[in-house]
Design a protein. Structure first.
Length: 305
């Protein structure tokens, strides 16, 4: 009720002429490729019996999550590149923010769950089938989504109560927490504190889980006598570890100190990495670095007599 603005103007990336058309083409191509790649991974996992394992169950859910994740941000971003009307309604802004935070927080926890899966597979191989049953895996996925929805709802309850007065320009290409806190004309200290605490919890707890899992994996792999066995163990983790490093490093840069970091233009460029580049690269990383996925892909698309 305190909000006086009915819409926000997303400044995005100001460009002119040929650069504008080039940026539009690049973003559209990246978005379509991201959708195609993730749909293919889901299709391959569903159609190959050899991939009906917890590891690929989580990978399929990660692909589904990233389809929704990029679809919340990129269509509006792509349209705004060529459009003169860059407005987004207050309700639309809050909706975009809610789903974006939900998907980001869910992905943090899901990547930690995938690290735990690799820990059990390598460090507790005999107990792996007993621990990672389908029901337990489904419960882990449900917990990831519950964590994301809960975190997003708490953050949004504080953001939506802020007053924005006559300031309606957001120096970003989507509705994120930092730029909204930056243009608020009311006291945003409580909302910023809540956002900072929840960001630390959602980032650091899964990150500690990932680090602890890979430390245990490293000690276990070092004890394997054969070099072939060590290489096989590392190969099952390399793609996931690469995705974790890409996603965590870019988002940690942005959300460790949200309002402070927003004063730098680099924040907008880094946001492009985790909203456009990383989702585009993730399926390629899993396909190129995972022999089972490559074999299943060839099997799926090879013409049979």
């Amino acid at each position: 009720n305190e909000t006086k603005v009915k819409y926000f103007i997303l400044l995005g990336f100001p460009t002119t002429g040929e650069l504008q058309l080039l940026l539009f083409s690049a973003l559209l191509l990246a978005y379509l490729l991201t959708l195609l790649e993730n749909f293919l991974i889901i299709l391959i996992i569903r159609n190959n019996h050899s991939l009906q394992k917890p590891m690929y169950f989580f990978l399929g859910n990660l692909s589904l999550l990233e389809i929704w994740y990029v679809s919340v941000i990129e269509p509006k971003m792509i349209i705004d590149v060529l459009s003169h009307d860059k407005r987004i309604s207050f309700q639309g802004c809050m909706t975009q923010l809610h789903f974006f935070v939900t998907f980001v927080c869910t992905e943090y926890v899901l990547l930690a769950v995938m690290a735990y899966d690799r820990f059990v597979a390598i460090c507790r191989p005999l107990r792996y089938p007993l621990i990672m049953k389908h029901r337990f895996c489904a419960q882990l996925i449900a917990s990831c989504w519950m964590c994301g929805l809960t975190t997003s709802s708490i953050k949004l309850s504080f953001i939506a109560r802020l007053s924005f007065c006559d300031v309606d320009t957001i120096n970003h290409y989507f509705c994120d927490i930092s730029p909204l806190l930056n243009i608020s004309c009311s006291d945003s200290s409580l909302a910023e504190l809540v956002d900072f605490i929840l960001a630390l919890l959602v980032i650091m707890v899964p990150l500690c889980t990932v680090v602890a899992s890979y430390i245990c994996i490293l000690f276990t792999v070092v004890k394997i006598p054969s070099s072939q066995g060590r290489q096989k163990a590392f190969s099952t983790c390399s793609s996931h570890l690469t995705v974790v490093i890409l996603f965590y490093s870019t988002t940690l840069f942005t959300y460790a100190h949200p309002k402070l970091m927003y004063t730098y233009r680099a924040n907008k460029l880094v946001s492009v990495l985790y909203t456009v580049v990383v989702p585009l690269l993730n399926p390629l990383i899993y396909c190129l670095r995972n022999k089972e996925v490559r074999f299943a892909m060839r099997k799926t698309f090879t013409c049979r007599r």
